[in-house]
Design a protein around this ligand. Structure first.
Ligand code: BES
Ligand code: MN
Ligand code: ZN
Length: 477
């Protein structure tokens, strides 16, 4: 992350200033001249939300917000933060100090929006220096925001940046092996352990789903296990995160068309990246919780040796699957990871994947399709966490009847359902490989977006990281 965040005990007059206020009474008068204050008063009367004053040595901006911590308001505030980052970069400002007397939650949300929107992916730009955002440091001046609040914000934003980087990396760099290397680096940096199983070990474990999808690839698969287990963990059974790590999805022999389909399929490891990012945020902020993340990874390609529609494969669990479409590959690699998770005796398994176009078609980029088998309390906590970070959940039904659509004539299951309910049959397929409280999150809609969506930016959004971390943080509080 090329932006630094620091707590400040004053708002210095030489630094660009952003005042967050609900009304005139909260504006520090000493920062403005009489003329400026009367201009501000007039603008407030005219219902302006952002008042920019070009002072001699700096910009002083008054941002009017509503001071309540309802989730819809926090999202408005994050977006205001993103607009402001755009303004600061527009005038080539290097730094700004956010100063406020309103509630911590609102100031933190504003800062988060500002920082997350400053993200760029310039690794492959030969003129990166000239395209780089000027904004490099943000100060926060607030009487009750603590160093640990700032550290948490840093951890979250860094984790989201890293997740976006992984999603944005092109497939000729980010092979399965490279994805695992990146997780290893993140583990060293944040303080969690990373064990990467190679093809030989994956073969010994009989991960038939992962091995079959990998048959068409010239690169070996990996299975990464990340673990964070601090001495002060409050849970006895681990939380287990599972993420889809298809580093590129051509569809395999059931080849995808290029426009608006295969062309964005480097994003098919966004679930894996999100659980790695969440591990990073959790470990960096030292949450007292035992968490394990599993990422099965490979690309999915056609080749002389590739698996084909009609193949019957034996999964790690021993179940047989008739493959009728090689483009329904995510569920095959995830099934093995979900089976592996049984041995961890988890408290709860949360699995993130860009699993179906059907999920994206149903709700677009504005939320996450979720479904699963958890108790009502967990379901409610997940919904609250989703709202708080504005990675909202749209829960689909996981009714038993959908299993009818997955019946095969010759094997235990087939890997596709019918033309309807595609997001649900995919989730239902995965349920066959679980024996613990389980929630499936289909992020095909929000993981990778074409247009600029405020602080989510465009391309890889890092969706999932903030949801997981928020949920876990609230759980262990
Ligand atoms: N990776 C895709 C799903 C996807 C689509 C992710 C759009 C992100 C954006 C997945 O592997 C896939 O191809 N799913 C098929 C399943 C079908 C063959 C049953 C799909 O959704 O078309
Ligand atoms: Mn596919
Ligand atoms: Zn896929």
């Amino acid at each position: 992350m090329h932006i630094t965040i620091a707590l400040q005990n004053t708002a210095r007059k030489t630094e660009n200033l952003i005042v967050l206020a609900t009304a005139e009474k909260e504006i520090p008068k000493e920062q403005f001249s009489k003329e400026e204050m009367s201009f501000i008063r007039k603008e407030i009367k005219d219902k302006k939300k952002q008042i920019v004053i070009n002072q001699y040595k700096r910009l002083a901006i008054v941002q009017l917000v509503t001071d309540n911590s309802e989730y819809a308001n926090l999202e408005i505030v994050r977006k205001a933060g993103a607009v402001l980052a755009g303004r600061l970069n527009g005038v080539k400002a290097n730094q700004a100090t956010i100063s406020s007397t309103i509630s911590t939650e609102v100031v933190m949300a504003f800062s988060e929006g500002l920082i997350l929107s400053n993200y760029q992916f310039l690794k492959y730009k030969s003129k990166a220096a000239s395209e780089k955002n000027s904004l490099k440091s943000v100060g926060i001046h607030h009487k009750s925001i603590t160093k640990s609040d700032i550290d948490y914000l840093k951890a979250i934003c860094t984790a989201v940046y890293k997740t976006r980087d992984l999603v944005n990396e092109p497939p000729n760099f980010l092979t399965a092996v490279e994805l695992s290397n990146q997780f290893t680096k993140m583990g060293k940096d944040a303080g969690f352990t990373v064990k990467v199983f190679d093809k030989e070990e994956i073969t010994k474990m009989k991960m038939g789903g992962l091995l079959s999808v990998n048959l068409g690839s010239i690169d070996p698969p990996t299975f990464t296990v990340m673990e964070y287990k601090p001495a002060n963990a409050v849970n006895t059974k681990p939380y287990v995160l599972v993420g889809k790590g298809v580093v590129y999805d051509t569809g395999g022999m059931s080849l995808k068309p290029t426009p608006n389909s295969m062309d964005s399929m480097k994003c098919d490891m966004a679930g894996g990246a999100a659980v790695g990012g969440a591990m990073y945020a959790i470990a960096k902020s030292k949450l007292p919780v035992h968490v394990i993340a599993l990422v099965p990874a490979t690309d999915n390609r056609p080749d002389g040796n590739a698996y084909v529609p009609g193949d019957v494969i034996t999964m790690m669990s021993g179940k047989t699957v008739e493959v009728l479409n090689t483009d329904a590959e995510g569920r095959l690699i995830l099934a093995d990871a979900l089976h592996y998770a049984k041995s961890l005796k988890p408290e709860l398994v949360m699995e993130f994947s860009t699993l179906t176009g059907a999920a994206a078609a149903a709700i677009g980029q504005y939320g996450i399709v979720s479904m699963g088998k958890v108790n009502d309390a967990t379901r409610a906590e997940l919904e609250i966490a989703g709202n708080n970070v504005y990675e909202r959940l749209a829960e689909f039904p996981m009714w038993d009847e959908y299993d009818d659509l997955l019946k095969s004539d010759i094997a235990d299951l087939k890997n596709i359902g019918g033309p309807y309910g595609g997001a649900i049959t995919a989730g239902r397929f995965l349920l066959n490989f679980t024996d613990y409280p389980y929630m499936h999150f289909d992020i095909a809609g929000p993981a990778f977006i074409k247009g600029n969506d405020s602080y989510r930016g465009k391309n890889g959004t890092g969706v999932g990281v903030r949801l997981i971390t928020e949920f876990i943080k609230n759980r262990v509080k």
